[in-house]
Design a protein around this ligand. Structure first.
Ligand code: RIB
Length: 304
């Protein structure tokens, strides 16, 4: 039995470190190539397990070497991956990532087996939903399956968290079954239909969603920190200053840490500070799951 249940994607990240991103039509020589376990779902599961949570995952990989490595790696971190199905005839998800010297990245995802996740897989794993306290998803598996998972989890009294990445339009039915949405500014723009380039605009966009029945919004603002909004309260949280090497998976680890904080009954403000530390530590190392901190590293972190 796990306290946190994650529905989501697993990708093998094929990462090229480059000085500058190539322009259209340009060929460049990169500095380094690495193959690193990733996928927004897998990254969240890995982060939760390293932070000490009991976590189970629902997802799909192909019957290939990447799929085996991704499952084994999460299992090694202590996550329950017995409901990650190996699907015949499709390849495991892949993400082609370029990271430049400024720590910025650009990512192309080939979903592969992630798009084999279907409603039947959720229904087959109803017991995991019944047993968990918190249900978490992102948007790298089919949207209708995410909706089925979130609506079902909410109806069974679970605290539901959606990290809406990559951004997609969400139905009103899905929105009203989400307890906490963790978008960045562009994701909030897509979901709310409002322009979001300032904190004031983020507040207005979040209110649009709260009026539709969403309980809480926690907008990540990169170096500007995060902004929490519910129907009665708005609070800005600054970020911790670190030297950024690679921002891959920072959003994933932030959402994961909020779920861990909630599972430990932390006060929400404390959970957001905890998540800000986890997000800051994540950008100090290269790669997705290779950069996710342990609980000990977070406890020892003395950021400014
Ligand atoms: O959020 C980072 C993740 O996005 C990468 O690990 C990659 O697999 C893509 O899913």
């Amino acid at each position: 039995m796990s306290e946190i249940l994650v529905l989501g994607s697993l990708n093998m990240d094929l990462v090229a470190n480059v000085k500058k991103m190539p322009r259209i039509g340009e060929t460049i020589v990169g500095d380094q190539f690495s193959q690193i376990p990733g996928g927004k779902g897998g990254n969240q599961v890995c982060a939760m397990a390293r932070l000490g949570a009991s976590v189970s995952m629902i997802g799909c990989v192909g019957e290939d070497d990447f799929g085996k490595v991704l499952k084994a790696s999460l299992k090694n971190d202590g996550a329950d991956v017995s409901s990650v199905k190996s699907v015949d005839g499709v390849s495991t998800g892949i993400a082609m990532i370029m990271v430049d010297e400024r720590a910025d990245n650009s990512i192309v995802v080939i979903p592969g087996a992630n798009y084999s996740v279907d409603q039947r897989l959720i229904d087959e794993n109803e017991k995991l939903i019944d047993d968990c306290k918190i249900a978490v998803s992102q948007l790298e598996v089919p949207l209708e399956v995410v909706e089925h998972f979130i609506v079902n989890s909410k109806k069974r009294g679970k605290y539901t968290i959606l990290n809406p990445a990559p951004a997609k339009h969400l139905s009103d039915e899905l929105i009203k079954h989400i307890d906490l949405l963790t978008p960045n500014e562009t994701e909030l723009e897509t979901i709310s239909g409002c322009k979001v380039s300032t904190i004031e605009e983020a507040k207005i966009a979040a209110k649009v969603l709260i009026d539709k029945g969403l309980k809480e919004v926690l907008v990540t603002l990169g170096e500007a920190g995060s902004l929490y909004i519910n129907k009665d309260r708005i609070k800005h949280f600054p970020t911790f200053k670190v030297k950024a090497i690679d921002t891959t998976a920072a959003g994933d680890s932030f959402t994961a840490a909020i779920a861990v904080g909630k599972s430990e009954d932390m006060k929400l403000d404390d959970a957001i500070v905890f998540a800000s530390k986890v997000g800051a530590l994540t950008v100090t190392k290269k790669g997705a799951q290779s950069s996710l901190p342990s609980r000990e590293e977070v406890n020892n972190f003395r950021g400014e």
